[in-house]
Design a protein. Structure first.
Length: 95
C-alpha cells in the first residue's frame, strides 16, 4: 500500500497523474481530449494493497493507458489526479 499525503488507498484502487491531455496535429491544431483517437495515459503515483491476497499488477511509476471516462478526479497536494480501480486500466508499461 502506498501513502500519499497521509492518505491510504484501499483494495485495488490506483491513483494516476494524467499526462498532458493536449494533442497537437502536424499542422499545429490542438485536438481536445474527447476527440483524440488514442486512450488517455498517465503515471501511477499510488496503489492500494489489493484484495484477497491478490496484489495489483501495476506499481508506482508505471505508465498506464485507461478509458476516457475512467476514474474520479481528486485533488491532493494541489495536484489533479485520477483515482480508479485497477480493472479500468487497459494496459501498462513498467516504468
Amino acid at each position: 500500500m502506498t501513502k500519499i499525503n497521509k492518505w491510504n488507498l484501499l483494495g485495488d484502487r490506483v491513483l494516476i497523474e494524467p499526462a498532458d491531455p493536449e494533442e497537437e496535429t502536424s499542422q499545429g491544431i490542438i485536438v481536445p481530449v474527447g476527440y483524440q483517437e488514442s486512450p488517455p495515459e498517465g503515471v501511477v503515483v499510488a496503489v492500494g494493497n489489493g484484495y484477497d491476497g491478490i496484489k495489483p499488477a501495476v506499481q508506482v511509476g508505471d505508465k498506464v493507458s485507461y478509458g476516457k471516462t475512467a476514474g474520479v478526479k481528486v485533488e491532493i497536494d494541489r495536484r489533479e489526479l485520477l483515482m480508479m480501480r485497477e480493472q479500468e486500466i487497459f494496459m501498462f508499461q513498467r516504468g
